[in-house]
Write a protein that binds this ligand. Structure first.
Ligand code: NI
Length: 174
């Protein structure tokens, strides 16, 4: 099983607006499987298709598998839409596409997510706290938005500087 590579900031493909999925075919089913593989392999609790270089509106989320029972129950969400935003919550976020960085981000505490599953059935999930944060974070990826866009400019600039230095070092060592 080949694991797809996760694109890392500042890869411009992370800034693209992903396209709606019009037909759930073998390609989409394979993409969903691959996204789950990458999410569990990294490990992470969510991943969006553009993070592996596929600009389509598909995300996978599993916010409970790292807990004690370790059971994997991935949500595969096609063309997700968020509504019914309520409240505010501050959560420390990280991202597989933003290496070596975490920061507190303010999000809605509750959201409703409506999407299609792999069978094309409509699913509605009323999420709160971590799951709501994760839905908002992954949905952002589909619009080319990263969590570092939602923190202070000062913090973002510090990270961007550090990241550039890191990339330069990697280049020099290669
Ligand atoms: Ni992310």
């Amino acid at each position: 099983m080949a694991i797809r590579e996760v694109l890392k900031f500042p890869d411009p493909r992370l800034r693209e607006i992903s396209k709606p999925i019009l037909e759930i075919n073998d390609e989409i089913r394979e993409l969903a499987r691959d996204l789950c593989d990458v999410m569990y392999d990294e490990p992470g609790i969510g991943l969006a298709a553009p993070q592996v270089g596929v600009p389509l509106r598909l995300i996978v989320v599993d916010t409970t598998w790292t807990e004690e029972d370790a059971e994997r129950r991935p949500l595969i969400l096609i063309n997700p839409e968020l509504s019914e935003h309520e409240g505010a919550i501050i959560w420390k976020e990280g991202c597989l596409s933003v290496p070596d960085f975490e920061s507190e981000v303010e999000r809605s505490e509750k959201v409703r997510l409506i999407a299609q599953d792999l069978e094309g059935e409509e699913v509605t999930i009323d999420a709160k706290e971590l799951q709501a944060v994760c839905f908002q974070h992954e949905a952002d990826h589909l619009d080319g938005v990263l969590f570092i866009d939602r923190i202070s400019r000062l913090k973002r600039n510090l990270y961007v500087k550090r990241r550039k230095k890191q990339l330069k070092q990697e280049l020099e060592e290669a």
